[in-house]
Design a protein around this ligand. Structure first.
Ligand SMILES: [Zn+2]
Length: 392
């Protein structure tokens, strides 16, 4: 059986200059180990200049993870040679299945990255019995590869998002190209800081940054500052998803606070099990939740007032003219500021500070433009998010 495996590998994943010499099944670790060795008489290539060079010595065995099959992990075992290169000196050889210090083979990274476009990174990691970090590594590799092999000069709309991972507050900044017909991940930055996002602009250079016409981002200050600085010709569209998420966060704060206060004062728990009734859009409620909401709306509660204000805010998306959308926003903000509900006032202040950008969010502007927001939403929602938000 294992010999058949070598024959299979030879026909689908064959590299000139190398042979698969043996395959073993390690029952303990559930791993298929495949030995690779150089073909006799083949010359190693220098990883610096990619030219053939004289052999120097051999390093201890390295393991490269290959695409798993039938629930078994697959590893290629190979002892890297070092070369004495005329130009570069003593260098480790270049192997066609691996890339630099990556422990995954190129084929496996491509494979993981392919699935990471369809599933969340967490689900991808789980499905293939690997770690989130390795999926991230694979995506990063493929993005780098894509950047090296693709032209960037026609990027006209980008979206910026961040995802949280791990238990602590670890973030990645992601930049997507979000034009209709072309949605792709352009860049992955470690952390979520102004410095890390600045590297994206370093990478694309000022000429390209000037050509960008639309930027989609959340209302996070450092993002906005950098976008305003680099993309001087761009219209920043704060996407609906992020704005609604912020409004919902404010509403949830009001509800939690009020529920706690009522419990302390010994009132009947009117707000019990009301969380999703208030956060979901009315059209998405279940029958039970709809009845619950109707009951709830009879109370004179801060949460109810906050809910009504939030629902009213959704009218913003109906406007076709930015001017009218702006007018609506002003009125709404005045109302929210008078509501004496602190989290909503805070939200209104944020909206007010970005008034023109928010107003530009009327769907009419999306329609007909090259920004494809639906695919943008699809790609932003996919990675596991830190903040759970109901469908907005
Ligand atoms: Zn060299």
């Amino acid at each position: 059986m294992l010999m058949q495996l070598i024959r299979l590998l030879n026909s689908c994943h064959r590299f000139p200059g190398f042979v698969y010499s043996a395959a073993r099944l390690n029952e303990g670790t559930k791993t298929i180990e495949i030995d690779v060795r150089p073909r006799i008489g083949s010359r190693p290539r220098c990883s610096g200049c990619e030219k053939p060079a004289a052999g120097y010595d051999q390093l201890p065995q390295r393991h490269f993870e290959f695409i798993p099959i039938w629930g078994y992990a697959v590893e290629l075992h190979y002892r890297m040679r070092r070369v004495q290169c005329r130009q570069c000196g003593v260098k480790v050889e270049q192997v066609p299945w691996g890339a630099g210090k990556h422990t995954l083979t190129k084929a496996y990274m491509m494979y993981l990255a392919h699935w990471a476009r369809k599933l969340s990174w967490q689900e991808t990691a789980r499905s293939f019995h690997t770690s989130w970090e390795k999926v991230c590594d694979a995506v990063e590799y493929v993005v780098q590869w894509g950047l090296a092999h693709r032209r960037l000069d026609e990027v006209r709309a980008i979206g910026v998002d961040e995802i949280a991972y791990g238990r602590g507050h670890n973030y990645l900044t992601l930049v997507y190209q979000i034009e209709s017909g072309c949605t792709r991940l352009l860049w992955v930055g470690k952390e979520r800081t102004e410095e890390s996002f600045a590297k994206f602009f370093e990478m694309i250079g000022p000429a390209l940054a000037q050509k960008i016409e639309f930027v989609c981002s959340d209302m996070w200050k450092p993002y906005l500052t950098l976008i305003a600085k680099h993309c001087t010709n761009a219209l920043n569209i704060l996407d609906r998803f992020h704005i609604v998420a912020k409004a919902n966060l404010a509403l949830d704060e009001v509800r939690a606070h009020e529920a706690r206060r009522m419990a302390q004062a010994g009132y009947e728990p009117a707000l019990k099990k009301s969380r999703w009734c208030l956060l979901k859009r009315p059209e998405n409620l279940t029958d039970k939740q709809r009845i619950r909401l109707r009951d709830l709306l009879r109370y004179n509660l801060q949460s109810v007032r906050a809910y009504l204000l939030k629902e009213e805010f959704q009218q913003l998306w109906e406007y076709e003219s930015p001017a009218w959308a702006g007018k609506f926003l002003d009125q709404w903000c005045t109302k929210a500021m008078r509501s004496r509900i602190d989290p909503l006032k805070k939200f209104a202040r944020t909206v007010r500070a970005q008034r023109n950008w928010c107003a530009a969010n009327s769907p009419n502007l999306y329609r007909g433009t090259l920004v494809s927001t639906t695919s943008w939403l699809k790609c932003t929602v996919k990675p596991a998010r830190a903040i759970r938000t109901p469908s907005s």
